[in-house]
Design a protein around this ligand. Sequence first.
Ligand code: XMP
Length: 326
Amino acid sequence: NWTMVNIVEEQVERIRAQVGSKRVICGLSGGVDSAVAAALVQRAVGDQLTCVFVDHGLLRKGEAEQVEKDFVAATGVSLKVVDAQERFLDALAGATDPEDKRKIIGREFIRVFEQAAREVVAEAGESDESVEFLVQGTLYPDIVESGGGTGTANIKSHHNVGGLPDDLQFQLVEPLRELFKDEVRRVGEELGLPAEMVWRQPFPGPGLGIRIIGEVTRERLDILREADAIAREELSRAGLDRDIWQCPVVLLADVRSVGVQGDGRTYGHPVVLRPVTSEDAMTADWARVPYDVLATISNRITNEVREINRVTLDVTSKPPGTIEWE
Ligand code: XMP
């Protein structure tokens, strides 16, 4: 695809011109955007780049492994992994308000990332080079929604725009700043990233933390991770990955309802399926997923995830509902 080849070449040139022979650091979130941004920078300046992956424990099933193995295999990038799962759970204990949760996750992320960045800087310092650039996988819609581009009101506090402390001075490299999601995916393909990674649904930085309505605990994360994996597996099996923008699975952790499973009465939690179609996430419609696919997802979740006894479907467009529930 010519357009994508052009975008890649143009960005590679721009990145080279911007960073010269300095070192660059990039945080990988497990999402498409940071992966493609990192791959572009890797293409442009090779081992001047170090990636940092903060595992906050809020990722979907298999995603941490995908970053640590498949992404590294595809790009040859040098990666530093920080296991911060305990730290995030401790920080989130007791928090239930959506904006509080987002702020806590954003704050902890920055602290952990900052620490890792200092280590990368220190290691580079020993070899007499300096780290001066930070890659961000910011897309055009992120800038608009965070009020950065057009002065639009801030709807939710996205933590992927701005936000590093003053004493860590990096210049930003934002190679996806002018792109929409579908273009980012095509750039990713052009760069040879694995299809499962490039075509993966968008996933918010705060991860499963904002898909548990109520307090985030390890048990709840495990429950949601299983239900989410089943929904993703069945949507893929039905060939719907490219028709559906994303399908958050939301755990209503403080709600219980009575059910009957096997011989017994249950008192479990509901999950909400939130499949949407969209061009750019700024507006969305609920996806008309075939009934038989919904039936399979529902049967499997209630059979395989003991704590869940009810599966519901969100049929709200955006606006008025946002895609995520928090
Ligand atoms: P909403 O819920 O605002 O979501 O309709 C729009 C799109 O943005 C994703 N999203 C986020 N992405 N950090 C991110 O990187 C965030 O804090 C965040 N919050 C929402 C969401 O999944 C959807 O694709």
